[in-house]
Each structure stands twice: as C-alpha cells, then as structure tokens.
Design a protein around this ligand. Structure first.
Ligand code: NAD
Length: 511
C-alpha cells in the first residue's frame, strides 16, 4: 500500500475525533476563543476513542473552579488494552518498519498541524492548568519546536563501524527499545508530552502516554493530531487516570522503557516498579534550584529576570530558581528593588492576559504551598512580600519572598512548588558553591556575574544538570535537559532523549 494512501485513510478516520468542534466565545476574556471541550473526554486506545469502564475524574479550571469536563480513570483492562495496542504496533513494524524519511515527514506534518492549532492548544492549556495564556503559548511553541527537531532525528540515528581487525567486520546499530510508557506531570502538560512523544516516535517506539489526572486535555489533543498527521493507529495511545493507572502502566510486562516526569517521591516508586523487569527509565524529577547573584552581577539584568525565574507558572516549575543566593554586599539593594517588583506582579486568571501569577493547579497544591508559608513563619522567616492565600474562586497564592531562614530550614531545602522564594547570603565564591550544592536535588542553577572566569569556574563546580549564566530557564530542542542527584536520571530533549528510546546492538561478522 502506498504511504500516501495510508495517511489519507488515517486522516479520514481521525477527522471524527473529539477535538474538532464549534469554537465558543463565552466566559473568557476578549480576544481569546474558548475551544470546544466535550462533556466527557475519551482516551485513545488503538484506533478507538473510549471513555473506559472505570470511574470518572473531574477536570477543573483552577482559576474559576469550574468543571471543564471529566476523563476516564483507566484501570487494568484499559492499561492492558493500550499496552497490547502498542505491542502490536511494535511487532508488525507499522511505525519502526517505515523508512526514516517517512517517519520524518509524519513528524514534520505533526509539527505543522500543531502549529495550525497552537492558539487552541494554548487556551486549552490555560483552562486546564491555570498558567497565564502568554506562558501557555510559549510552552506550546517549545513543544512544537521539539517535534520539529525530532523530525530530523530518525535519519541521524546511526551506528558505527568498529576497527576490529582485518578478519572481522564489526558494527553497531540503534534499534527502538519497544513500547514506551510516558508518564507526565501537570505543570507542563503539552510541552512535556510533545518532548517525550516526539523523541520516542523519532526513535521508532510506540508510546502509551499517561497525562497527569489534573491536566489531561492537551495530551489528548496531541494524540488526535498524531493520527491526523499519519501516525498509524496503535502507535500513540493515551490513558487518562491517576497514580494507580501510572503504577499499572510502568509495571506492565509489555512496557520496554519508562520515561517519567514528576515528583522525586513518585519517581522512586516508578524506578522500583521498573526494577522488577529491569526496564530502563528516564526520570525527570524535582528541584530546588539555586540562583546565585555575585557582587559583580549586572543587577538591572538580574532584577528583570529574577521574578520570572521563580514566580512564572506560579512557581510550579521543576527548574524554579527558588533559592536565591546573593552576595552580602549587594543583598540589600537586590531585596529593596525586588520586593516592589514582586508586590506588583499581576495575580489572576491567566486567560485575562497580562497576568504573571496564575492559580496553583489544584486546591491540594494551594493547601500544600500554604502549609509551607505557615512552616516558614514557624521556622522564623521574615515575610518580605506576599505570604498569603487569596480567597476563591480559584487556587491563588501570593508571590512570596522569605528571608531570615538558615540553610537547614525546610522551606530552603524542600521543593515547595509554588510562588515562594527564599534568600540566603554568602561572602565567598566557595561559600556560594557550597550552599548551592547543599541540596539533595541537582536540576538547574543560575549564575549572575560579569566575570567570565568566575562564570565558568562556578558552572563547573555546580552539581546540576543545567546551568544558566546571566539568563535563566532557556530551553532549546537540541539542548539536553535533566537532573543529577535526586533530580533524576537521563535527559529529555536533544539527541540524548531520542537515543534513550533505543538500544545499541553490536554485530560481529567473521570474514
Ligand atoms: P507526581 O509525581 O505527583 O505525578 C506525576 C505523574 O505520575 C502523574 O501523571 C501521576 O498520575 C503519576 N503517578 C502518580 N503516582 C504514580 C505511581 N505510583 N506510579 C506511576 N505513576 C504515578 O508529580 P506532579 O505533581 O504531577 O508534578 C510535579 C513534580 O514534577 C514536581 O516535583 C516537579 O519538580 C516535577 N517536574 C520535573 C520536571 C523535570 O524535567 N525534572 C519537569 C516538570 C515537573
């Protein structure tokens, strides 16, 4: 069968799925069109959109607490069916058996389709997660950039010929590892789905995606777009559900690779479950990233960037620069200038536009952050800005700056995952590095200095998977991203991510 014929038939089948619909324009800010959301959003197993046989999960708009829709709670039957669909797709080679060029074209088409629906995806993301619409647009763009980057990857997956003597021909090749379980967090629902799905597909692996229960909608749209782009049915399956669904998926014997993004606590249990079958894992986990301001830093630049490093996405970023380490000589100036900026950050419904701090994703998360505000006060913190929870509707916490805590305070050491900044001072470069590395996490770090040698010296000394110098939170599809220590294992993005969905095979031929 010609490739184009396959693609046409898939487009026809997918055109009936649920993401098409009349746009609605009520209940949202001017200029923003509200996408259609079905009363019950089905999951995708093989070629079927199904509501599943288990219970339902309510999906709320965290800014209004309005019920957006419900999704199914996938149980063992759905997990088995989705993994079976992915295994069948892997066995018959309907994806990995295609030429690299064919898979490249499908991924490029997926990027084009997602781009044509970028605004709809961004609005949906804001409704589902609460993040400001401008941030959601940026996330969607970065997800699409990763898909486009991965479109070029199938042809880059080469092996090597090893010089093993004249009587042997020895070479390596990269093979797709098999059906991959992709378990997603709620803070970057589309972006991380796009990163992981495109890397796995580029490697030739079918995937079973498990979005977070709080934010399943854009991963479902991405799956629909995959079908439209010509990804054969069964290659991308999506299970909606909670922790029990994720646990059943990662332990399933048909799963050959697990790529998980979420908390360190759940990451440990995912790793333990995978250990039972020696399934390889990529774990992108929590962080408590230091942002180090040296005395020679360009403070105008620092203060332009600093608020967004910790308060954007309401602090619900694994890379949030939530530990400000500042040289004692500039500490007062930094704080005097920072506090009014934090006090002035617009807090509100992310769909209204111009908002910096949207709601937390859920009441549970708001209450968790609130408990850290109480803890900070109990630990002796001075609250320089914010410190409160806003009354509903919506799950809002004020952007908060805490000073006066020691390096051992729990608010300084634990991932709060909310709009909370703690501040510590240092006197020497060594002290700055020691404070920065005094953490069980090692995801990211920021360095602010005008001294090039100090920048490189410090970058080399920091225990972190990513270091930004005189900038923060910059991502690029070609640049691997991930953590060290308890921030995880393996990398998203870059060729490293694609390769993580492959195994190297070595072939020795006696001549
Ligand atoms: P979480 O760990 O609670 O949940 C993540 C996902 O795992 C969800 O889909 C959830 O349903 C599922 N899950 C829950 N229990 C499971 C189990 N036992 N087995 C398998 N799956 C299970 O994380 P979250 O609250 O959604 O996300 C916030 C966390 O994610 C933060 O700690 C943040 O730092 C981290 N994060 C890390 C990165 C990174 O790249 N390092 C990126 C984004 C978020």
């Amino acid at each position: 069968m010609a490739d184009t014929a396959v693609i046409t038939s898939v487009i026809t089948a997918a055109s009936t799925n649920q993401y098409e619909g009349e746009p609605m324009t009520t209940g949202v800010a001017p200029g923003v069109t509200r996408p259609r959301i079905a009363a019950e959003e089905p999951m995708l197993i093989g070629d079927s959109w199904t509501c599943g046989s288990g219970g339902r999960i309510a999906v709320l708009d965290p800014a209004t607490e309005e019920l957006l829709t419900t999704v199914g709670l996938a149980g063992p039957a759905e997990v088995d069916a989705a993994v079976a669909a992915a295994m069948a797709a892997h066995r018959d080679g309907r994806w990995r058996g295609r030429t690299p060029e064919w898979r490249r074209d499908v991924l490029a088409r997926l990027a084009d389709l997602a781009e044509s629906r970028a605004e709809e995806l961004a609005v949906l993301e804001t409704l589902d997660n609460g993040k400001p619409i401008e941030r959601a647009r940026g996330d969607v763009a970065l997800g699409i950039a990763a898909i486009r980057h991965c479109a070029g990857a199938p042809a880059r997956l080469t092996g090597a010929v090893q010089p093993a003597g004249t009587d042997r021909h020895v070479y390596t090749s990269r093979e797709p590892v098999g059906p991959a379980a992709l378990v997603l967090p709620w803070n970057f629902p589309f972006m991380i789905a796009a990163w992981k799905v495109s890397a796995a597909l580029a490697a030739g692996c079918p995937v079973v995606v498990k979005p977070a229960e709080q934010t399943p909608l854009t991963a479902l749209r991405l799956a629909a777009l995959c079908l439209d782009a010509g990804v054969p049915a069964g290659v991308v399956d999506v299970l909606t559900g909670g922790g029990s669904t994720g646990a059943a998926l990662v332990a399933h014997p048909g799963i050959a690779k697990v790529s998980f993004t979420g908390s360190t606590e759940v990451g440990r249990s995912v790793m333990a479950a995978a250990a039972g079958r020696v399934t390889p894992v990529t774990l992108e986990l929590g962080g408590k990233s230091p942002n180090i301001v040296f005395a020679d830093a360009d403070l105008d630049r620092v203060l332009t960037t600093l608020p967004r490093t910790v308060f954007a996405h309401s602090g619900q970023m694994c890379t949030a620069g939530s530990r400000l380490l500042v040289h004692r000589s500039v500490r007062d100036e930094v704080l005097e200038r920072l506090v009014p900026l934090v006090d002035a950050l617009p807090v509100g419904n992310g769909l209204t536009g111009g908002i910096t701090v949207g709601p937390l994703v859920s009441a549970v998360q708001r209450d968790r952050v609130a408990s850290y505000l109480d803890l900070g006060r109990a630990e002796g913190a001075t609250v320089l800005a914010g410190g409160g929870v806003r009354g509903g509707p919506g799950f809002f916490v004020e952007p908060t700056v805490l000073t006066g805590l020691g390096a051992d305070a729990r608010c300084v050491r634990e991932e709060i995952f909310g709009p909370v900044l703690t501040v510590l001072e240092f006197d020497t470069d060594d002290e700055a590095v020691a404070l920065a590395n005094d953490s069980e996490y090692g995801l990211a770090a920021g360095i602010w200095t005008s001294d090039l040698a100090r920048a490189h010296r410090t970058a080399a000394a920091l225990e972190a998977g990513t270091v930004w110098v005189n900038t923060y939170n910059e991502f690029h599809p070609a640049v691997p991203f991930g953590g060290v220590k308890q921030s995880g294992i393996g990398r998203d993005l870059g060729d490293a991510a694609v390769e993580s969905f492959t195994e190297l095979k070595s072939v020795t031929v006696a001549l």
